[in-house]
Design a binder for this molecule. Structure first.
Ligand SMILES: CSC[C@H]1O[C@H](OP(=O)(O)O)[C@H](O)[C@@H]1O
Ligand SMILES: Nc1ncnc2[nH]cnc12
Length: 326
């Protein structure tokens, strides 16, 4: 197994969250025993990264979904954190993902930008399986059973979420999307996040289409919202795996169909990450990503609870993600 780092680093600016089928950065140096790889697991090979080790930070919201793998990407010497959203082996269903611990843990490593991969169903004919999509909007169809804010228990804050994804990050991905082979990249799409874990009914699928939604998954919320609360720039990279169940005479989505298409998407995901990481590292270094820069310090004044009424225990927890704000 990969070694546990003795010291948790605090200078890892970029994180990749892997979704269904994307459970690790398997680059021969991440030494995961074959027995741990499920038949469904997909190998995402990164360009020549050196794995430094794994960390498992204990945040005020518990441990993340799995140990976080830290690798060093050359030639840009960029540290990247990788976290499997459902855990390696996919033991967490979408409602069980400890999203607060995940985001808090990444923040504790110094992360300022997250590329989050997700397998999605397509609600549009023109987005066939295996195409890539950068959503710009979200419709929330989760059921209120997922803890979805850091600001509770005596410290209330309201952060802007009109544009849930980071525009500069999306632009940078678009600029590097020429590496995709045989897949189109769709931008500015609307993503419905349903509770799951069962897939939608046909009536729901039709309803989402009428609402103007283009793709559907079970995991963009609360992940993206928590990233915003923690001042981390976040863009989800969606990979179409199926047409859900709105096509009356076609078979409805199954896990097998999702995984089959994800497997085929692996090389493209790899190519995209290979292209984006050095470009992103350079842009972060230069401070040239406008919306990423704008996010820094943006929640300092989002807290509405008066100072004397703030619950000191909650303040302590919040210091973990936004030190010095309270
Ligand atoms: C395996 S099909 C449903 C499952 O796939 C997506 O996961 P992720 O977003 O983590 O790639 C979807 O959101 C559901 O959780
Ligand atoms: N049809 C679908 N519905 C919800 N989440 C999905 N992930 C992949 N395909 C999906």
């Amino acid at each position: 197994m990969t070694v546990e780092l003795e010291q948790i680093p605090t200078d890892v600016k970029i994180a990749v969250i892997g979704g269904s089928g994307l459970y690790h950065l398997d680059n021969l140096e991440v030494n995961i025993p074959l027995a741990l790889l499920s038949t469904f697991s997909l190998v995402l090979t990164f360009f020549n990264p050196q794995v430094l080790g794994e960390v498992n930070p204990l945040t005020p919201w518990g441990h993340p979904s799995d140990r976080i793998i830290i690798s060093l990407h050359t030639p840009s010497s960029t540290k990247v954190a990788f976290l499997a959203r459902h855990g390696r082996g996919h033991y967490l269903n979408p409602s069980e993902v400890p999203a607060r611990a995940n985001i808090a843990a990444l923040k504790s490593l110094g992360v300022t930008t997250i590329l989050a991969f997700s397998a999605v169903g397509s609600l549009r004919e023109e987005i066939p399986p295996r195409d890539f999509i950068l959503p710009s909007q979200i419709i929330d169809r989760t059921k209120g059973i997922r803890p979805s804010t850091f600001f509770e228990n005596g410290v209330t804050a309201h952060v802007p979420f009109a544009d849930p994804f980071d525009k500069s990050l999306a632009d940078l991905i678009v600029a590097n999307a020429g590496v995709l082979e045989g897949a189109k990249l769709h931008t500015d799409k609307t993503l419905v996040c349903m509770e799951g874990p069962a897939f939608s009914t046909r009536a729901e699928s039709h309803l989402y289409r009428q609402w103007g939604a283009d793709i559907i998954n079970m995991s963009v919320l609360p992940e993206s919202k928590l990233a915003r609360e923690a001042e981390i720039a976040y863009q989800m990279v969606c990979m179409s795996t199926d047409y859900d169940c709105w096509k009356e005479h076609e078979e409805a989505v199954t896990v097998e169909a999702v995984i089959a298409n994800l497997g085929a998407n692996g090389d493209n995901a790899k190519r995209l990450v290979e292209a984006v990481i050095p470009a992103l590292a350079k842009a972060l270094e230069e401070g040239s990503l406008k919306s990423v820069e704008a996010l820094k310090g943006s929640n300092r004044f989002a807290v509405i609870t008066s100072k004397e009424k703030r619950n000191p225990e909650q303040v302590n927890k919040l210091e973990y993600i936004l030190p010095g704000y309270f």
